[in-house]
Design a protein around this ligand. Structure first.
Ligand code: GRF
Length: 209
Protein backbone atom coordinates (compact mmCIF):
# COMPACT_ATOMS: atom_id res chain seq x y z
CA UNK A 1 0.00 0.00 0.00
CA UNK A 2 1.42 3.44 -0.89
CA UNK A 3 1.74 5.99 1.91
CA UNK A 4 -1.40 8.14 2.13
CA UNK A 5 -0.66 11.84 2.12
CA UNK A 6 -2.98 14.67 2.96
CA UNK A 7 -3.23 18.05 1.32
CA UNK A 8 -4.96 21.34 2.01
CA UNK A 9 -5.81 23.57 -0.96
CA UNK A 10 -6.04 27.36 -0.62
CA UNK A 11 -8.18 29.36 -3.05
CA UNK A 12 -9.46 32.90 -3.44
CA UNK A 13 -12.06 32.69 -6.18
CA UNK A 14 -13.17 30.50 -9.04
CA UNK A 15 -11.06 27.54 -7.95
CA UNK A 16 -10.69 25.85 -11.32
CA UNK A 17 -7.16 24.63 -10.52
CA UNK A 18 -8.42 23.18 -7.24
CA UNK A 19 -11.21 21.49 -9.18
CA UNK A 20 -8.73 20.01 -11.67
CA UNK A 21 -6.66 18.61 -8.79
CA UNK A 22 -9.68 17.13 -7.01
CA UNK A 23 -10.98 15.54 -10.21
CA UNK A 24 -7.57 14.09 -11.14
CA UNK A 25 -7.02 12.73 -7.62
CA UNK A 26 -10.34 10.94 -7.75
CA UNK A 27 -10.11 9.70 -11.34
CA UNK A 28 -6.51 8.51 -10.99
CA UNK A 29 -6.88 7.15 -7.43
CA UNK A 30 -3.99 9.10 -5.94
CA UNK A 31 -2.88 8.02 -2.46
CA UNK A 32 -4.21 11.27 -1.05
CA UNK A 33 -6.77 12.71 1.27
CA UNK A 34 -7.87 16.20 0.26
CA UNK A 35 -8.36 17.30 3.84
CA UNK A 36 -9.74 20.78 3.23
CA UNK A 37 -10.24 23.67 0.86
CA UNK A 38 -9.70 27.02 2.56
CA UNK A 39 -10.52 30.44 1.09
CA UNK A 40 -9.60 33.94 2.20
CA UNK A 41 -12.88 35.18 0.72
CA UNK A 42 -16.44 34.35 1.69
CA UNK A 43 -17.67 34.45 -1.91
CA UNK A 44 -15.25 32.02 -3.57
CA UNK A 45 -17.15 29.98 -6.13
CA UNK A 46 -14.74 27.11 -5.56
CA UNK A 47 -16.01 26.51 -2.01
CA UNK A 48 -19.31 25.24 -3.39
CA UNK A 49 -17.53 22.70 -5.60
CA UNK A 50 -15.54 21.45 -2.59
CA UNK A 51 -18.66 21.11 -0.44
CA UNK A 52 -20.45 19.17 -3.18
CA UNK A 53 -17.48 16.78 -3.24
CA UNK A 54 -17.63 16.19 0.50
CA UNK A 55 -14.43 18.10 1.22
CA UNK A 56 -14.20 20.13 4.44
CA UNK A 57 -14.14 23.86 3.79
CA UNK A 58 -13.09 26.83 5.86
CA UNK A 59 -13.01 30.57 5.37
CA UNK A 60 -10.30 32.73 6.89
CA UNK A 61 -11.29 36.15 5.58
CA UNK A 62 -8.34 38.50 5.38
CA UNK A 63 -10.70 41.45 5.78
CA UNK A 64 -11.32 40.28 9.37
CA UNK A 65 -7.66 40.77 10.34
CA UNK A 66 -6.05 44.19 10.72
CA UNK A 67 -2.54 43.04 9.84
CA UNK A 68 -0.92 40.58 7.47
CA UNK A 69 0.75 38.88 10.45
CA UNK A 70 -2.55 38.32 12.24
CA UNK A 71 -4.16 36.95 9.11
CA UNK A 72 -1.27 34.57 8.46
CA UNK A 73 -1.36 33.34 12.06
CA UNK A 74 -5.08 32.57 11.77
CA UNK A 75 -4.61 30.94 8.37
CA UNK A 76 -1.77 28.78 9.65
CA UNK A 77 -3.91 27.61 12.57
CA UNK A 78 -6.79 26.75 10.22
CA UNK A 79 -4.45 24.76 7.95
CA UNK A 80 -2.60 22.94 10.72
CA UNK A 81 -5.82 21.53 12.17
CA UNK A 82 -5.56 19.14 9.23
CA UNK A 83 -1.80 18.48 9.63
CA UNK A 84 -1.30 18.34 5.85
CA UNK A 85 1.79 16.96 4.13
CA UNK A 86 1.34 19.57 1.40
CA UNK A 87 -0.30 22.98 1.08
CA UNK A 88 -1.43 23.79 -2.47
CA UNK A 89 -1.94 27.43 -3.42
CA UNK A 90 -4.45 27.40 -6.27
CA UNK A 91 -5.28 30.94 -7.30
CA UNK A 92 -4.69 32.11 -3.73
CA UNK A 93 -4.32 35.85 -4.14
CA UNK A 94 -2.44 36.88 -1.01
CA UNK A 95 1.14 37.83 -0.33
CA UNK A 96 2.28 35.66 2.55
CA UNK A 97 4.63 36.65 5.36
CA UNK A 98 8.06 35.07 5.64
CA UNK A 99 7.34 33.15 8.90
CA UNK A 100 4.25 31.63 7.29
CA UNK A 101 6.15 30.58 4.18
CA UNK A 102 9.04 29.19 6.21
CA UNK A 103 6.65 27.09 8.31
CA UNK A 104 5.67 25.26 5.10
CA UNK A 105 9.15 25.14 3.54
CA UNK A 106 9.40 22.28 1.06
CA UNK A 107 5.71 21.46 1.43
CA UNK A 108 3.89 24.34 -0.25
CA UNK A 109 3.34 24.64 -4.01
CA UNK A 110 1.97 27.48 -6.13
CA UNK A 111 0.96 27.87 -9.76
CA UNK A 112 1.75 31.13 -11.48
CA UNK A 113 0.38 32.00 -14.93
CA UNK A 114 3.66 32.87 -16.65
CA UNK A 115 6.95 31.28 -17.59
CA UNK A 116 8.84 32.37 -14.48
CA UNK A 117 11.14 34.18 -13.93
CA UNK A 118 9.36 36.29 -16.57
CA UNK A 119 6.35 38.25 -15.39
CA UNK A 120 6.00 37.70 -11.64
CA UNK A 121 3.12 39.51 -9.93
CA UNK A 122 -0.29 40.38 -11.33
CA UNK A 123 -1.74 40.79 -14.85
CA UNK A 124 0.74 38.32 -16.32
CA UNK A 125 -1.11 37.91 -19.63
CA UNK A 126 -1.16 41.69 -20.13
CA UNK A 127 2.54 41.81 -19.28
CA UNK A 128 3.28 39.07 -21.83
CA UNK A 129 1.32 40.82 -24.60
CA UNK A 130 2.99 44.15 -23.82
CA UNK A 131 6.44 42.55 -23.93
CA UNK A 132 5.70 40.94 -27.30
CA UNK A 133 6.91 37.46 -26.30
CA UNK A 134 6.08 34.59 -28.66
CA UNK A 135 5.79 32.07 -25.83
CA UNK A 136 3.90 32.46 -22.57
CA UNK A 137 2.77 29.79 -20.13
CA UNK A 138 2.53 28.66 -16.54
CA UNK A 139 4.89 27.54 -13.79
CA UNK A 140 4.44 25.30 -10.75
CA UNK A 141 6.98 26.13 -8.06
CA UNK A 142 7.76 25.60 -4.40
CA UNK A 143 6.86 28.70 -2.42
CA UNK A 144 9.67 30.73 -0.89
CA UNK A 145 9.52 34.16 0.77
CA UNK A 146 10.57 35.78 -2.52
CA UNK A 147 7.21 36.24 -4.33
CA UNK A 148 6.86 34.09 -7.48
CA UNK A 149 10.54 33.07 -7.39
CA UNK A 150 10.65 29.64 -5.75
CA UNK A 151 12.35 26.53 -7.17
CA UNK A 152 10.56 25.42 -10.32
CA UNK A 153 8.83 22.05 -10.49
CA UNK A 154 7.08 22.18 -13.86
CA UNK A 155 6.46 24.60 -16.71
CA UNK A 156 4.31 24.61 -19.79
CA UNK A 157 4.65 26.95 -22.77
CA UNK A 158 1.79 28.29 -24.86
CA UNK A 159 2.29 30.18 -28.16
CA UNK A 160 1.19 33.80 -28.23
CA UNK A 161 -0.95 34.46 -31.31
CA UNK A 162 -1.16 37.77 -33.14
CA UNK A 163 -4.90 37.67 -32.61
CA UNK A 164 -4.62 37.13 -28.83
CA UNK A 165 -6.35 39.32 -26.27
CA UNK A 166 -5.60 38.99 -22.57
CA UNK A 167 -8.70 36.82 -22.28
CA UNK A 168 -7.91 34.38 -25.09
CA UNK A 169 -4.31 34.02 -23.95
CA UNK A 170 -5.39 33.51 -20.33
CA UNK A 171 -7.85 30.85 -21.43
CA UNK A 172 -5.24 28.81 -23.29
CA UNK A 173 -2.78 29.13 -20.41
CA UNK A 174 -5.47 28.07 -17.92
CA UNK A 175 -6.21 24.92 -19.93
CA UNK A 176 -2.55 23.99 -19.53
CA UNK A 177 -2.51 24.91 -15.82
CA UNK A 178 -5.24 22.31 -15.36
CA UNK A 179 -2.86 19.67 -16.74
CA UNK A 180 0.46 20.55 -15.10
CA UNK A 181 -0.75 21.40 -11.62
CA UNK A 182 -2.49 18.07 -10.96
CA UNK A 183 0.56 16.30 -12.36
CA UNK A 184 2.93 18.15 -10.01
CA UNK A 185 0.72 17.60 -6.96
CA UNK A 186 0.47 13.93 -7.88
CA UNK A 187 4.27 13.67 -7.98
CA UNK A 188 4.42 15.11 -4.47
CA UNK A 189 1.76 12.84 -2.97
CA UNK A 190 3.41 9.83 -4.57
CA UNK A 191 6.67 10.78 -2.87
CA UNK A 192 8.41 11.51 -6.19
CA UNK A 193 8.92 15.24 -5.65
CA UNK A 194 10.81 17.03 -2.92
CA UNK A 195 12.92 20.06 -2.24
CA UNK A 196 16.57 19.64 -1.26
CA UNK A 197 17.85 23.09 -0.29
CA UNK A 198 17.02 25.07 -3.41
CA UNK A 199 17.06 22.08 -5.75
CA UNK A 200 13.92 20.33 -6.87
CA UNK A 201 14.33 16.55 -6.71
CA UNK A 202 12.10 14.64 -9.07
CA UNK A 203 12.18 10.87 -9.24
CA UNK A 204 12.98 9.76 -12.85
CA UNK A 205 9.81 7.66 -12.90
CA UNK A 206 7.79 10.86 -12.45
CA UNK A 207 8.41 11.83 -16.08
CA UNK A 208 6.31 8.90 -17.22
CA UNK A 209 3.09 10.07 -15.59
C1 GRF B 1 -4.89 30.98 -12.30
O1 GRF B 1 -4.55 31.48 -13.56
C2 GRF B 1 -3.69 30.90 -11.41
O2 GRF B 1 -2.54 30.54 -12.07
C3 GRF B 1 -3.60 32.33 -10.94
O3 GRF B 1 -4.93 32.74 -10.74
C4 GRF B 1 -5.79 31.96 -11.54
C5 GRF B 1 -6.72 31.26 -10.60
O4 GRF B 1 -7.71 30.54 -11.26
N1 GRF B 1 -2.74 32.46 -9.80
P1 GRF B 1 -8.58 29.46 -10.48
O5 GRF B 1 -9.10 30.12 -9.21
O6 GRF B 1 -7.71 28.28 -10.19
O7 GRF B 1 -9.69 29.13 -11.42
Amino acid sequence: MPTMRSIVILISGRGSNMEAIVRAAQAEHWPVSIAAVISNRTDSAGLEFARRHGIATAIVANKDYPTREQFDTALRAAIDVFAPDLVVLAGFMRILTTPFVEHYAGRMLNIHPSLLPSFPGLATHRQALAAGVRLHGATVHFVTPDLDHGPIVAQVAVPVLDSDSEETLAGRVLDQEHLIYPRAVRWFVEGKLSLDGNRVRLDPSAEQV
